[in-house]
Structure formats: structure tokens, C-alpha cells
Ligand binder design. Structure first.
Ligand code: GMT
Length: 386
């Protein structure tokens, strides 16, 4: 039995589950919820904590906390079961049309379980958006892969944030069902401080360029290669590297000192008003060994700040090398440092790339465009479980 697609124009009731801490999937899910609510849809976040970028006082945004108890009898606390119970409870009480889970583990499994707790008529359509490590890392883990694949097969629809990741779902996960590519978007807030104020707060001298790196510092971000690249950029007095860290950077400072660049590195941890820094930055620098998309590059592009990065994963779908940024083969820190030097020495070229980056961000990855794609997609999804 198939449910008819949600064709009517009425506002939708949408549940969203994501990892609430700092990370691209949680950021994207929070911003998607905020944008959907602004467009008249009712949005219900279901998670163990409110996502850090979830708007606190916006109409039509609701938060349903999942209570996790740490029972002595378990060696590892379980989140999947209480999450599934909360999903079923919210789906029934709010008559959700859609339950959109971001990041497969454990959300897609919890959603699958929640659906079996509900009578068929009360089941929302389950949409799973895969973000990267849930496929590339956990998907190839024998302890997770089969469970992820099974949960995707039980969902009503699966999306990925890039064509690259769509391919990985087939090859790494062996999932053969349809996978829709809906890219990430960024809807910036207005900066709260001027560019000059921010640069002064960061201690940038007049004429010093601001290189920006934003990440959660996980091993995949390869902060070792970031520091090695920065250490090779000449002249060293021409820039400072500003790291907006979604985690503790102090462990990397010894390496920065060993490389002789400690005085070039400025760190701000867990910044909320990222727009203040994005509009003050001159160049982005990213050294991940893998990215399904790289939301941080898009955030910088939106402010006309071009980035240099390793050409891995889906980054080439976000940045066109030589037009809206600079890409070099993975691991070649010399080439990356030379690319940065060329851009530091040529402000006109930097501006041209920045303008193209901003145009590309607005044309392909704006909230208006991408949120409309999600809503159309929600309305087209039918449920095989009926
Ligand atoms: O990369 C991270 O550490 C966070 C991770 C996540 O799932 O929260 O990010 C992934 O999702 C982002 C949003 O779709 C993408 O922009 C990132 O490229 C992706 N990370 C990886 O693929 C490593």
C-alpha cells in the first residue's frame, strides 16, 4: 500500500532529528528547520539537546527533548530506544507529515523502529539525509554498515548533500535504492560588528590578510596539514590564520609552536556569530582529507571570501578550481601554500574569485533554492509502508 504524495499546498508538519552539537549536519538541519518555519511549516526538533543553531524564540519551532537515562546495568548508555519512543510520541501527537532525520546513525534506525510502533495511518514519511561520515566511515564498518543499509531500505526516501556522496552510498554502503541529491545551503545572518572591529579584536595589523579556517577539528579535518601549509606561506608577516574551532584547539598549539607559527595563529572557540568573522576574512583555508560537501567553504563563499582546499570528496561540486576558489591534490601542502601565496599577493585576483564565489553560492546554494527543493521533495514522497 502506498500513501498518496503530500500534494496539497497546506503547510507541512515536519519532525527533524539531528546531532545537536557542532557539526555540519546539525547546522544544516537547524537552519533547514528555521527556514521551513519561516515559510509557514510547523517544525518539531527531536533530540537529546536543542541543536546549537536552532532558533530559540521563533514561531512554529518546537523542541522535544529525549530523556536519556544512564542505567548502571548497561556498560554503554543507549540513546536509540528513547529516541525512537520520542519520535513515535511526537509523530502521533503532532500528526507529523514528515520525519526528516539527518545523519544515519542512530537516527535512521530509531525512525524505522518508531514507525513500527505506530499504526499505519499515523506514520509520517521518513526522509533520511546522509551527510558524509555516516556513509564513508560508519558505512564501511562491519558493525554498522548492514544496519545503516537496512534502515535506508526501510525509509521512504534518502537524500545526500552531493553527487559524490550519492556515489559512495552505492559503492561503500551497497544501497541500491533511489538517492536524491539536494545540496547544502547557507542563510547568513547580518554581521553584528564591522569588519574593522572584528579584525582589531583578532589583533590583525593593517595590511595583514585574514586566513580563515572553520571546523570541529576532528581528525578528518587534518589540522596537522593545515599547520604545515601555513608554515610554508611566505612572507609569514603578510597574514594571520584565524581558526574558528568547534572544539578545544589547545592540543594543536604545541605543533604550531614547533613549526614557528604560534604568533600567526589566532583561535576562537565555539563562536556563534560566525558572520562577524566571515565578512572580515580574506581567504579560507581547508585541509580535510574527506568532505562530502564542506559547508564551511560555502559559508565563506557567501561572504565573497574564496577558499583554497584539497580537491577531495564533494568539494569540487562547491568550488570550481580557478574560478571560485583554488583546489590542489590531497596532501600537497606545498601546492596549497603556493596557491595561498599567489592569492595573498594579488588582491584583484582574490576579489575576482570572491565575487564569483558569492555569485555561485547565491545561484546554487541559497536557502530559497534549496529549501524549495526539500519542500517539493517532501510533497512528492509516498510511503511504501502505507
Ligand atoms: O565533517 C564533520 O565533522 C561534520 C559532518 C557532520 O555530519 O556533521 O559534516 C558532514 O556534513 C556536512 C553537512 O552536510 C558537510 O558539509 C561535510 O562535508 C560532512 N563531513 C564529511 O564528509 C567529513
Amino acid at each position: 500500500l502506498r500513501k498518496p504524495p503530500l500534494m496539497s499546498d497546506r503547510p507541512l508538519r515536519i519532525g527533524i532529528t539531528c546531532h545537536p552539537s557542532v557539526g555540519g549536519s546539525g547546522i544544516l538541519a537547524s537552519e533547514l528547520g528555521a527556514e521551513l518555519a519561516q515559510r509557514g511549516h510547523d517544525v518539531h526538533f527531536i533530540s537529546h539537546a536543542a541543536p546549537f543553531r536552532m532558533p530559540r524564540n521563533q514561531p512554529r519551532i518546537h523542541f522535544h527533548p529525549v530523556q536519556v537515562n544512564d542505567y548502571d546495568l548497561f556498560k554503554y548508555p543507549d540513546y536509540t530506544l528513547p529516541l525512537s519512543v520520542k519520535m513515535a510520541e511526537v509523530a502521533a501527537a503532532q500528526r507529523l507529515d514528515i520525519l526528516h532525520v539527518h545523519y544515519a546513525v542512530p537516527h535512521a534506525t530509531a525512525a524505522m523502529l518508531a514507525m513500527t510502533m505506530l499504526p499505519p495511518g499515523q506514520r509520517p514519511r521518513v526522509v533520511v539525509t546522509l551527510h558524509g561520515t555516516d556513509v564513508m566511515l560508519l558505512g564501511s564498518d562491519a558493525g554498522y554498515g548492514p544496519a545503516i543499509r537496512h534502515a535506508l531500505e526501510s525509509a521512504d526516501a534518502v537524500t545526500t548533500v552531493s553527487r559524490f556522496l550519492q556515489g559512495q552510498v552505492r559503492t561503500k554502503l551497497g544501497y541500491a535504492g533511489p538517492v536524491e541529491v539536494i545540496p547544502n545551503f547557507f542563510a547568513p545572518q547580518s554581521p553584528t560588528r564591522t569588519r574593522d572591529t572584528v579584525r582589531a579584536e583578532l589583533g590583525l595589523a593593517p595590511g595583514e590578510a585574514m586566513l580563515l579556517h572553520t571546523s570541529n577539528l576532528r581528525p578528518v579535518k587534518r589540522i596537522d596539514l593545515l599547520l604545515q601549509t601555513v608554515a610554508q606561506i611566505r612572507p609569514r608577516e603578510s597574514f594571520k590564520l584565524v581558526v574558528l574551532a568547534g572544539g578545544d584547539f589547545s592540543g594543536f598549539m604545541a605543533e604550531a609552536a614547533r613549526l614557528g607559527i604560534a604568533d600567526r595563529v589566532v583561535v576562537r572557540e565555539n563562536v556563534l556569530a560566525i558572520e562577524d568573522y566571515l565578512h572580515a576574512a580574506d581567504l579560507g583555508l581547508f585541509t580535510s582529507e574527506m568532505e562530502s560537501f564542506c559547508l564551511s567553504i560555502l559559508e565563506a563563499m557567501t561572504f565573497g571570501c574564496p577558499s583554497a582546499a584539497f580537491a577531495v570528496g564533494g568539494i569540487a561540486e562547491v568550488v570550481e578550481d580557478g574560478r571560485s576558489g583554488a583546489l590542489v591534490p590531497f596532501g600537497d601542502t606545498v601546492a596549497l601554500a603556493r596557491a595561498m601565496e599567489r592569492l595573498l599577493a594579488d588582491p584583484a585576483r582574490r576579489d575576482a574569485l570572491g565575487t564569483a564565489a558569492r555569485e555561485r553560492a547565491l545561484a546554487l546554494f541559497s536557502a530559497d533554492r534549496v529549501v524549495a527543493r526539500y519542500v517539493d521533495f517532501y510533497r512528492s514522497v509516498g510511503s511504501p509502508q502505507g
